[in-house]
Design a protein around this ligand. Structure first.
Ligand code: CP
Ligand code: NVA
Length: 307
């Protein structure tokens, strides 16, 4: 049985199989052909943090696959009152067929997975957001980007860490620009650079957004204040001045460069209103693709239950 906790647990071939499945199921869905790949299965969805896209896409996705989603807010289940993760895992994985968790520390997710009888999917932790970056890759393919040169500008966070892993495993170029104080986790960087040796992925770091964006064909960013960092807001807004993705910065990228944003977006902080609206079609295609990419991931995990 395989869990989807971090991209680093998968080979390039496996990640591309999930993307191919997503494309196939998306095409079927667009023709209103709902194949019951996961008939009568129940997906439990534990949320310890807020969500719009992750909740709606997983719940709709499992329904369209012939199953049902169970929304479990940590405020409403005993987990929120101190029942251990490992007990929660041992109880609910006897009743459910798959579990998605959005939580804080990656170690909490790993603990759940260790005790779970069913596949567990990372729906965002402080360290990674792998389903988002698989979605972003699906979107790049759909937009005809065959050789991505991705520039990530902003906070070295869960989104950046997942880009690092995807780039390292698939072997495409990634340039990261963050303020020194908010750089990526050095351990994760080390792991990614180790993986990148096998694929020759070109990964570079800088504190200058211009250096990252120059000649890129994909530019992306994320909020400067992630969930759980609300107390650091003032300090962060100060530190990220100069890291906004706006038309001036975008003018350094390739002419038809794409701009991606995982959303929610904070206009005129990490991205200007003008740049956001100019790229809105692709940003909202990216949002829709959460539904399709995650169906590919769920079906793949379901098909590899006994491997
Ligand atoms: N991008 C993303 O995961 O959005 P939500 O926080 O709304 O789920
Ligand atoms: N980095 C953001 C992503 C939100 C989807 C956060 O963790 O809040």
């Amino acid at each position: 049985m395989r869990h989807f906790l971090s991209l680093k647990d998968f080979t390039k071939t496996e990640l591309l199989e999930m993307i191919t499945l997503a494309q196939k199921i998306k095409a079927q869905t667009k023709m209103k052909h709902f194949v019951p790949y996961m008939e009568h299965q129940t997906l439990g969805m534990i949320f310890e943090k807020s969500s719009t896209r992750t909740r709606v896409s997983f719940e709709t996705g499992i329904y369209q696959l012939g199953g049902v989603g169970l929304f479990l807010s940590s405020n409403d289940i005993q987990l929120g009152r101190g029942e251990p993760m490992k007990d929660t895992a041992r109880v609910i994985s006897r009743m459910l067929d798959m579990v998605m968790i959005r939580t804080f520390e990656q170690s909490k997710l790993e603990e759940f997975a260790k005790y779970s009888k069913v596949p567990v999917i990372n729906g965002l932790t402080d360290s990674y957001h792998p389903v988002q970056i698989m979605t972003d890759y699906l979107t790049l393919i759909e937009c005809g980007i065959e050789t991505p040169i991705v520039a990530y500008v902003g906070d070295g966070n869960n989104i950046t860490h997942s880009w690092l892993m995807l780039s390292a495993i698939l072997g495409f170029e990634l340039r990261v620009a963050t303020p020194n104080k908010y750089a990526c986790d050095p351990e994760i960087v080390q792991e990614a650079l180790e993986l990148a040796k096998k694929t020759n992925a070109k990964i570079s770091f800088s504190s200058d957004p211009k250096v990252a964006v120059e000649g890129a064909n994909v530019v992306t960013t994320d909020t400067w204040v992630s969930m759980g960092q609300e107390d650091e807001k003032e300090e962060r807004l100060e530190a990220f001045k100069g890291y906004i993705v706006d038309e001036e910065l975008m003018s350094l990228a390739q002419e038809d460069a794409l701009f991606l944003h995982c959303l929610p977006a904070y206009r005129d902080y990490e991205v200007s209103e003008e740049t956001f609206e100019k790229h809105a079609d692709v940003i909202f295609l990216e949002a829709e693709n959460r539904l399709h990419a995650q169906k590919g991931i769920m079906v793949w995990l379901d098909q590899h239950r006994n491997s």
